[in-house]
Design a protein around this ligand. Structure first.
Ligand SMILES: Cc1cc2nc3c(=O)[nH]c(=O)nc-3n(C[C@H](O)[C@H](O)[C@H](O)COP(=O)(O)O)c2cc1C
Length: 179
């Protein structure tokens, strides 16, 4: 132990149930994305918040995907995905891509185009990360896909859609704190 002294946390280590863990994660505010894919394995897409930058050299992101998601097999077979970060006007898009709704209704709710990888790019996303999947690591119910970023279209709206405490919020420059 170094010179810093920390008081021990008073509670005994809790038995962390799925509910306890989920309630804790609900306290984290996250950007909301729709992950899309297309190619030989077919088209697919779902709503995700578990998206994180890994490094800028080379540009790499990770996405955590439940293996039960309907697009899972297509993601693996296509080897490409696009992370479309949603704006506040996309709340309904997020809902459709996270509920048991057919692909026509999901993709019919917005405008899409394709870029480098062929994965659908949301026309007015805050930003999109057009990616090639370079690695996969399975943990429990999920696979973590590591993705090399090949394209970065971003000409959409500025106000972000945020998921926090199991509800949608909007985040724009009016909520900025003074330094
Ligand atoms: C705000 C929000 C964030 C989500 N984040 C993830 C995620 O990061 N990874 C994941 O696998 N599922 C996530 N889900 C759940 C999937 O969107 C959902 O299970 C899936 O789309 C179910 O439909 P499908 O299997 O028919 O595609 C999230 C759902 C919501 C509403």
């Amino acid at each position: 132990m170094g010179s810093l002294a920390f008081e021990p946390y008073a509670e005994p280590l809790p038995d962390i149930s799925q509910k306890t863990y989920r309630d804790a994660m609900a306290r984290l505010g996250s950007a909301v994305h729709v992950i899309t894919t297309d190619g030989p394995g077919g088209a697919g897409g779902f709503t995700a918040s578990a998206v994180t930058s890994v490094t800028d050299t080379p540009p790499t992101v990770l996405v955590c995907v439940n293996t039960s998601v309907s697009a899972f097999a297509a993601l693996r077979e296509n080897g490409v995905l696009c992370i479309n970060t949603l704006g506040s006007r996309h709340r309904e898009v997020s809902r459709l891509f996270s509920e048991k709704v057919g692909l026509e209704a999901r993709f019919g709710s917005a405008r899409w185009r394709t870029g480098t990888t062929g994965a659908p790019i949301l026309a007015d996303a805050v930003v999109s990360f057009d990616c090639r999947i370079i690695d996969e690591k399975s943990i429990g119910t999920h696979s973590v896909f590591f993705c090399e970023v090949l394209g970065l279209p971003h000409d959409g709206e500025e106000e972000a859609l945020i998921y926090y405490r199991r509800a949608y919020h909007r985040l724009g420059s009016s909520s900025r704190m003074e330094n």
